[in-house]
Ligand binder design. Structure first.
Ligand SMILES: [Zn+2]
Length: 446
């Protein structure tokens, strides 16, 4: 509870989540009715796109028909079939249209014969393609949206059936900012859970950083769960890019941790606990981002060669090319080659503290450059005296080697009294959304 301030919506939403957790099966119908109202209340504080989620899920929970039966009965009454699929690197016109359920030789020939269509559909794997078909599986309309390199907007490609044959058009449009609310529970790993919830990797990595002091995302337990609200950038309602995490909750080992992004006007933003304490630390817990590529290796993140006492640092095993980031704000003291270290970057922080990153395959910064926490400074490699690709990381205070784990972390300042009312409004809204997200996973799990 936030200093005794608690909105009615929040109370209701959190009670619903709690009830669901405790009595999952017995009271489904009753809860579904309450949930519907909780979902509606949450809608008021959410963006239009995120608000669709709880309501939609509630309808599933209340309907006795299975999802397959529902969609079957829907199809019986509709004349246009909507299908989506993702492009693959091996795709051809035939293969893609077949996956979309299109059986239309004229459409296939059109795609094959149009360089515009081939470029839009097959230039890059992973694009979402939407098709509309007649009941005879003839193509009515097909569209793709993507973000071109170095551009703030998006491109929309559409093929449409006209009385005189197919016509294609490529347009440029602007992305619409929105937000998405999602939740998941751990069965094996964080990435498995975020995949299930269709949460982008960039958001999973942010979650790992935000809760680094509270939760070790590399050793989660089955049943641990999370909810998150994050920024999206959308094209015609389809999220093409994710942005910053706006609020999140992580329940791990029975303990609940919450974070809210708060940025007062003209100031640097930061994550805070609901009570107003800052979650920002002077140093990140890892110089290697928690990513799909590093997570498997990082499971064995403890020193692989020696303890820090024997060689003055900690080694992080990760594949060559994995991004290395500065753990704190500072300036580059040295960027170049030093004997056994190979390519090394040394960063000077406050209070005569330095961090060093060695054996790099690539150096992205220059001496004297100002660096902010989390900024990429190079990539993992095996230059110098390294038996294999890894990052050798050192912490020095007044030039002396220190165990990174022993460095006293100064945190960010808590919310000031002047900013408290603005923060409370955001924190209460965030908690309502997160509670609604948890109700939804519980409902769909039942
Ligand atoms: Zn080392």
């Amino acid at each position: 509870m936030i200093n005794g301030i608690l909105a009615a919506e929040e109370l209701l939403a959190s009670r619903v989540a709690y009830t669901f957790r405790t009595y999952p099966k017995q009271i489904t119908a009753a809860i579904a009715a309450v949930l519907l109202s909780a979902g509606t209340l949450a809608v008021a504080s959410l963006g239009p796109d995120a608000s669709d989620l709880p309501v939609q899920q509630v309808l599933e929970a209340t309907a006795p028909l299975s999802f397959a039966e529902q969609s079957q009965s829907l199809e019986n009454f509709s004349f246009t079939l909507f299908r989506t699929d993702i492009t693959r690197s091996s795709d051809t016109a035939e293969a893609l249209l077949k996956r979309l359920g299109i059986s239309d030789p004229a459409a296939t020939a059109f795609v094959r014969g149009s360089s515009e269509a081939r470029n839009a559909l097959f230039a890059r794997a992973g694009r979402t393609i939407t098709a509309e078909a007649t009941q005879e599986n003839q193509l009515k309309k097909l569209s793709a949206r993507w973000i071109p390199d170095g551009d703030g907007g998006f491109k929309r490609f559409v093929i449409e059936r006209t009385p005189t044959g197919f016509a294609a058009i490529t347009e440029r449009d602007t992305l619409t900012p929105g937000s998405r609310l999602a939740s998941g529970s751990i069965r094996t790993s964080l990435f498995a859970a975020t995949d299930d919830a269709r949460i982008p990797d960039a958001v999973a990595s942010q979650l790992a950083d935000i809760f680094a002091g509270d939760v070790d995302v590399r050793s989660l337990r089955k049943g641990d769960r999370f909810a998150v609200v994050y920024e999206t950038f959308e094209a015609d309602g389809q999220a093409l890019r994710s942005g910053r995490v706006l609020s999140a909750e992580f329940e791990s080992g029975g303990k609940v941790h919450q974070a809210v992004w708060f940025q007062p006007q003209g100031q640097k933003g930061s994550y805070y606990r609901p009570n107003g304490d800052s979650l920002r630390k002077a140093y990140l817990s890892s110089p290697v981002e928690f990513s799909r590529v590093s997570s498997g290796f990082a499971m064995r993140m403890h020193p692989i060669l020696n303890s820090w006492r024997q060689h003055n640092g900690i080694d992080f095993a990760a594949p060559t090319g994995t991004a290395v980031r500065s753990v704190g704000d500072g300036t580059v003291d040295f960027a170049g080659t030093q004997n056994g270290y190979g390519n090394i970057v040394i960063i000077k922080h406050r209070n005569n503290q330095q961090t060093a990153y060695a054996h790099l395959s690539r150096v992205d910064v220059k001496a004297g450059e100002s660096i902010s926490q989390g900024q990429t400074i190079g990539a993992v490699g095996s230059t110098g005296w390294a038996t294999g690709p890894h990052l050798h990381f050192e912490f020095r205070v007044n030039g002396e080697y220190q165990d990174p784990a022993s460095i006293a972390q100064e945190g960010g300042a808590p919310i000031t009294a002047a900013l408290r009312p603005a923060f409370e409004r955001i924190a209460v809204g965030a908690r309502t959304e997160l509670a609604a997200a948890f109700s939804v996973i519980q409902a769909s799990a039942d």
